[in-house]
Design a binder for this molecule. Structure first.
Ligand code: PLP
Length: 503
């Protein structure tokens, strides 16, 4: 206590005993290393027991708990029940599998505690460098500006916002969408990710402003249908402004013909936005880069370093080829954030390149991962996942009771167990049960989807821990469980179809 302090009971969150905190933290790091080293030995996923679940409903504490005890509770109630995406046999939806370096970066970002809204400090410059590294990886021109955000959904929203503002023909920021003369139209295939619906709704355009064009047999946008829709809309007084191409669709991994779409947009005077959340980083994979040729011609691009760069959640990146348009979409200079001639407030102000003001230091994990491994290693890992998917597809094709439901292009395999004597409803119920048993036993986590009315299991191998032996095991287990269920006489109770989902 300071002599003569007017506030004798001033407090801080800092520990009284720093060496005790250090001991706890060192222990936490050892636990974390062991946790990751042994990840393969644990079930991919396991249900949370009722008593643990009850703990998550406890009231807000008003009393302190020693940090050691807080850590112990965490070890008992949180760490054993992860989503599972760090496990070598997690292949549901489309997620990265994390990395120790990325986790370390998140810790250090928190320790440094900087706010990336802007200002002249190292984290801000590092953030800008990471955005530029993203640009370099996908090969976009040097005029490009971008911003790191929470994920692909936010990155897509930014791309579509800039597209709307650039193409509306009026100052939308000042006048609002209601003042736009002809209703704006965006186009994507029927395989477009659901975040684009949220985006056009948030932009005040409404879901109907995004026309879904039927895809072809390979689940790519059908160019003839797209041209026809644009002409139709023009004739009816709409203003076609933007095509959303997908480089790696979430259902099947199909990649729209990016070169042809860039040509079409140039000819029609439209904006090309590429949703590259899955596939943009194929650009750094030596054997797969050709699949996304034309990507760099995008006017705007969304990509997701928390997928194929395995940065812990979350980090996405929006890139806009004409960088000035990004700043025009978000620039504001309130008096309380004015730039000073020197010192910390000399800028740059990153909040002027996106919707957020306070921004976290998510750049650090991407920076550390790229420094540590280099793009060549990530490129090889991406090719490795594509090879593993091809391996799974070949196992499926070789087995009489497994069927490939869509062509395998990148790292996504859509397949199902099909004994050949079931209708669609029964086949779906059987495959859902296979998926749930794989989960319940902690063997593997897959997800499912529907393609042209056919239910399918889906393995998205975005995982640097997966080996080909894991893939062999998956194929074997799906067949084993499928055979077991088909042989059982009373399969009825488990063969109930799950409720339809809202698109
Ligand atoms: C993952 C994904 C998104 C959404 O990205 P989030 O990071 O989950 O917000 C959008 N589009 C595609 C094609 C995706 O795979």
């Amino acid at each position: 206590m300071r002599e003569g302090s007017p506030f004798p009971r001033e407090e801080t969150l800092d520990p009284v005993d720093w060496s005790e905190v250090e001991r706890i933290a060192v222990g936490a790091v050892s636990d974390a290393v062991r946790y990751l080293r042994k990840v393969r030995e644990r079930p991919v996923w396991q249900p949370i027991p009722a008593e643990v679940r009850a703990g998550f409903r406890a009231c807000v504490p008003d009393r302190p708990t020693p940090l050691v005890e807080v850590m112990r509770e965490l070890q008992d109630t949180v760490m054993p029940y992860p989503m599972g995406n760090i496990h070598p046999r997690f292949w549901a939806w489309f997620m990265g599998s994390g990395s120790f370096t990325g986790a370390l970066a998140d810790f250090l970002a928190g320790v440094q505690g900087s706010n990336l809204g802007g200002g002249d400090h190292a984290a801000v410059h590092l953030d800008r460098q990471v955005v530029d590294w993203c640009r370099q990886m996908v090969g976009m021109s040097k005029t490009t500006a971008g911003t790191l955000v929470d994920g692909g959904s936010a990155a897509n929203l930014i791309g579509l916002t800039v597209a709307r503002n650039a193409m509306a023909g009026i100052d939308v920021r000042a006048e609002g969408v209601a003042a736009v003369e002809a209703p704006l139209r965006f186009y994507g295939s029927d395989q477009v990710h659901c975040c684009h619906r949220k985006a056009v709704e948030a932009l005040g355009l409404g879901n109907r402003a995004l026309r879904r064009i039927a895809s072809d047999k390979a689940y790519r946008i059908d160019l003839d249908r797209l041209r026809k829709a644009i002409a139709e809309d023009r004739a009816e007084g709409f203003r076609p402004v933007c095509v959303i191409a997908t480089a790696g669709t979430v259902n099947t991994g199909s990649i729209d013909d990016l070169g042809a779409l860039a040509d079409l947009c140039a000819a029609e005077g439209m904006w090309l936005h590429v949703d590259g959340c899955i596939g943009a980083l194929l650009s750094i994979a030596p054997r797969s880069a050709h699949l996304v040729e034309g990507l760099a011609r995008a006017d705007s691009l969304a990509l997701d370093p928390h997928k194929w760069l395995h940065a812990p959640f979350s980090v996405g990146c929006a890139l806009i080829r004409d960088g000035a348009l990004l700043r025009q979409a978000y620039a504001t200079m309130p008096e309380y954030l004015e730039t000073a001639p020197r010192g910390i407030a000399a800028g740059p102000w990153l909040h002027q390149s996106g919707p957020e003001t306070t921004r976290n230091f998510r750049a650090l994990k991407v920076w550390m991962l790229l420094k540590e491994h280099g793009t060549a290693k990530f490129g090889r890992l991406i090719d490795q996942n594509v090879d593993q998917a091809r391996h799974l597809a070949s196992l499926v094709e070789a087995h009489p009771r497994l069927t490939l439901v869509a062509p395998q292009v990148i790292n996504i395999v859509c397949f199902r167990y099909d004994p050949g004597n079931l209708d669609e409803v029964a086949c779906k119920a059987l495959n859902v049960e296979i998926m749930l048993r794989l989960q319940d036993k902690g063997i593997a986590v897959l997800s499912d989807t529907a393609l042209l009315g056919s239910h399918t299991l889906r393995a998205a191998i975005c995982n640097h821990r997966t080996t080909s032996a894991d893939i062999d095991l998956l194929a074997r287990e799906v067949v084993r469980i499928g055979d077991e269920l088909s042989a059982a006489t009373h399969t009825k109770p488990v063969l109930e179809s799950s409720p339809a989902t809202v698109k």
